[in-house]
Ligand binder design. Structure first.
Ligand code: Q0Z
Length: 286
């Protein structure tokens, strides 16, 4: 595995220090549902997410530089530039789902964006909105308005991050939509390099950082199926599990069906055979 010092854990990823200027980000095959990590892994899930992030980093360099230095041959590990991360989650929403829908229902707005009356759950917004959130150490991120975000990063940087995040979302969501996938929303993380330049970090437009919906099953007024996790959710609902840790083991057919959905998302978006990625992960960058 890695003998570099471990410097961070996400729910399904690990971060190691390679040296003063480089980190190694390793995506596991763990899967979460209803905020609980399940005991059963989805083979190659970490490789799909790492390959997709690499693909998007390579295709959005014209919009903003990113932290990617190299994809390792294991297909799940990314060498990246160490950045000074901004203390906000940069969420863009094109559709009204999750906490955006909850906030809208409670008060007609999301992060200070006043929205038209009468929108239904999962409806497309008149235009995508930038809805930053705090980075919670434990529990859920909290949506914040422009004023609160400006207090954390400054006005100039806020305006730059908002414009960049909206441009990235417009590019990726248009690209995905042409391939039958709706990117309902996405969470981006930015950092600053040693010269104070804005750099896209973390992961980008993966099913773990974005809501992926199959376009041919989308309908407003309800919760569209998740492109990747719907089999897992349906199975967990069928058990009557109370959604507290520990979660249930998954049967082989749910594992295989879910793996197939991750691989399908990869192949539709990249236009590559997943086997070609496994043989040479660098193929997503070319
Ligand atoms: C990303 C995270 C993960 C745990 C820090 N290029 C970067 N420079 C500095 N810091 C980060 C990055 Cl990506 C950074 N995270 C999120 C990822 C495990 C936490 F894989 N935290």
């Amino acid at each position: 595995m890695s003998d570099a010092p471990h410097v961070g854990s996400g729910k399904v990823r690990e971060l190691y220090a390679l040296d003063d200027s480089r980190l190694l980000l390793v995506a596991s095959d763990r899967i979460s549902t209803f905020d609980v990590i399940l005991p059963t892994e989805i083979p190659d899930k970490g490789r799909v997410l790492t390959g997709l992030s690499g693909f998007w980093f390579a295709r959005t360099e014209h919009l903003v530089p990113n932290h990617l230095l190299e994809l390792r041959d294991d297909g799940r590990s990314t060498e990246c530039r160490r950045l000074e991360m901004l203390p906000i989650e940069c969420v863009v929403r094109g559709y009204l789902a999750g906490s955006g829908w909850k906030d809208y229902r409670a008060g007609g707005e999301v992060c200070g964006h006043r929205l038209p009356e009468g929108l239904v759950e999962s409806e497309q917004l008149p235009r995508p909105i930038f809805t930053p959130a705090t980075k919670a150490q434990t529990g859920h991120d909290e949506n914040i308005d422009r004023t609160a975000a400006v207090e954390l990063v400054g006005e100039e940087r806020f305006d730059e991050v908002e414009a960049t995040a909206l441009a990235l979302y417009a590019f990726a969501s248009d690209y995905a939509r042409e391939r039958g996938i709706i990117l309902a929303d996405t969470k981006l993380e930015f950092g600053l390099d040693g010269d104070g330049r804005l750099v896209l970090g973390d992961e980008a437009f993966t099913p773990d950082s974005s809501r992926f919906w199959p376009a041919d099953e989308y309908a407003p007024g309800g919760t569209p199926p998740s492109f990747d996790k719907q089999f897992v959710r349906d199975y967990c609902e069928s058990l009557g599990w109370d959604k507290t840790d520990p979660g249930p083991e998954l049967p082989a057919d749910v594992v295989e069906g879910t793996r197939g959905r991750y691989v399908e998302a990869f192949e539709r978006l990249t236009g590559l055979a997943f086997a070609d990625y496994l043989a040479d992960p660098g193929v997503v960058l070319r």
